[in-house]
Design a protein around this ligand. Structure first.
Ligand code: URA
Length: 238
């Protein structure tokens, strides 16, 4: 256990939960296609993993690696401080985000801004906001597993470049993408997960909260937990 983890544990903020990985998609492929698909995917992942911000922006803007590209107006990479302590990850752009090229600018975005303000945060100030998929799923449907998988190397690269202190996954698709496991938000909230050494908290998606007002109190608890966790991380110099 790292010193940081043991101090977080002392503060009642750990353990850091690690979920068991989902089986790799290629395990379900016919044996003869799996190795070729895996190496093409590996090559793409490695290429993306070496990108700087400018290359990443261009790659996402021109990406045609899943069918979500067919109906997007534009891809939406993310917004905020590239040196952020806080990373909030949503699901994917909606109609307004597709139009404006910025995440969370519609009704759910207004609620997210209010949630940030409630814990003393502001979009762009030590905060970065991204999504599990960069292109709008038609009709605002939930992104499919192949779509989140195709987009994941971009999110991984964003996280590697930003190196946030804490990640907040907004809703199930974001949590499942980042943790590579099945997640029930109701069961996952209040626990501290681990994304490659970065503590991760799961809470409800703002769009869900707009439809389920009674869960807003739980989201508030989650935000307080996130704020306490960040304070703990700051105290241990993490
Ligand atoms: N919902 C999301 O998950 N992301 C956005 O950018 C907008 C709405």
């Amino acid at each position: 256990m790292s010193r940081r983890e043991s101090i977080l544990r002392e503060m009642g903020l750990a353990p850091l939960w690690r979920l068991r990985d989902k089986p790799a998609a290629e395990a379900e492929m016919p044996a003869e296609t799996a190795p070729a698909a895996a190496s093409a995917g590996d090559e793409r992942t490695l290429r993306i993993a070496a990108m700087g911000w400018d290359e990443l922006k261009d790659a996402v803007a021109g990406c045609r690696d899943c069918r979500l590209c067919e109906r997007r107006k534009q891809a939406v990479l993310g917004v905020g401080d590239v040196d952020a302590d806080w990373l909030f990850v949503g699901e994917g752009p909606g109609a307004e985000e597709d139009e404006k090229g910025e995440p969370f600018v519609g009704q759910a975005g207004k609620l997210l801004d209010a949630m940030l303000a409630a814990i003393g945060l502001q979009r762009g100030r030590k905060v970065y906001i991204g999504n599990a998929v960069k292109c709008r799923p038609p009709g605002n449907r939930t992104p499919e597993a192949e779509e989140t998988a195709a987009c994941f190397p971009y999110l991984q690269r964003q996280i590697a470049l930003i190196r946030p202190k804490l990640i907040v996954a907004l809703g199930k698709p974001a949590a499942e993408t980042l943790l590579n496991a099945e997640v029930k938000v109701g069961a996952a909230r209040g626990r501290l997960f681990d994304y490659r050494g970065i503590p991760l908290i799961v809470t409800y998606h703002p769009a869900y909260l707009l439809r389920n007002l009674t869960d807003k109190a739980k989201a508030w608890e989650d935000l307080c937990f996130a704020r306490r966790t960040m304070k703990g991380l700051d105290d241990v110099g993490g």
